[in-house]
Ligand binder design. Structure first.
Ligand SMILES: [Zn+2]
Length: 250
């Protein structure tokens, strides 16, 4: 029954987000699927932190007045952050004897997603200086693998908010620091993978160096990194890693 209610509520929120131009149609479908899983497995207490993540990350660019146009999120972008939390929700149902562990994994992966998104937004809005996490070379704020002071502080705040919102679900205030710490760990892992595994391309037409596979409708060459790992792949890996650490250690 919860799953049906969840499907209805998540569908409404996804439709609302679609109307607000936060999501593409595919993105809305994916968000509905993730939301229904969360509500179905964990009800209201599980849903609050993921709704917090979703709306804070969608609204932050506008709230901070970032001059860039914000793009609608696609299904791939929704799932790169939502798949790990969703699998943890399924875990609580499929493995009832490990429910607490899977909820902790859910909180941790959501903390990573929130921290990383907040870090990017704050870094791009206020981070006048960003450095590549591996070599310390100066990079543009918002570039994958770059870290900045303001961005990191934004990430800490995002992780802390998620950890706080997850407390009723986790049921123990002692674990607040665990969730917060894993969120911060995942945020820096995200930067590390962004600086190493994530591909950089050069456009064969205009010569621009880009993180995107599409430029000028032409071919791109891979300069470094793994050619199929983009920012979404890195988000998926870092959220999965935080959940993996919880499942491995508990
Ligand atoms: Zn180009």
């Amino acid at each position: 029954m919860n799953w049906l209610i969840g499907l209805g509520l998540a569908g409404l929120i996804a439709l609302f987000a679609f109307k607000l131009r936060l999501l593409t149609a595919g993105g809305a479908l994916a968000a509905m699927f993730v939301g229904a899983s969360v509500f179905g497995a964990g009800g209201v207490w599980a849903s609050i932190p993921i709704i917090g993540f979703f709306f804070s990350s969608s609204m932050l660019p506008r709230a901070l007045g970032r001059p860039h146009k914000t793009e609608r999120r696609t299904a791939i972008q929704v799932l790169s952050n939502g798949l790990a939390p969703m699998l943890c929700c399924w875990g609580t149902v499929l493995y009832p004897e490990r429910t607490d562990t899977f909820w902790l994994g859910y909180a941790a992966s959501l903390a990573v997603a929130t921290a990383d998104t907040w870090a990017t937004e704050f870094g791009m809005r206020y981070g006048v200086s960003a450095w590549l996490i591996t070599t310390g070379r100066r990079v543009q704020p918002g570039e994958s693998g770059g870290v900045s002071v303001v961005g990191s502080l934004g990430g800490f705040a995002g992780s802390w908010l998620t950890a706080t919102l997850c407390m009723p679900l986790i049921g123990s205030a002692n674990l607040l620091w665990t969730v917060f710490g894993l969120g911060v760990f995942g945020m820096f892992l995200d930067s590390l993978l962004g600086a190493t595994l994530q591909a950089r391309y050069r456009c064969a037409t205009c010569g621009a160096i880009t993180e995107r596979r599409a430029c000028c409708d032409g071919q791109v060459q891979t300069l470094r990194g793994v050619h199929w790992i983009d920012n979404n792949g890195v988000n998926l890996l870092s959220t999965m890693a935080a959940a993996g650490v919880v499942l491995f250690l508990r």
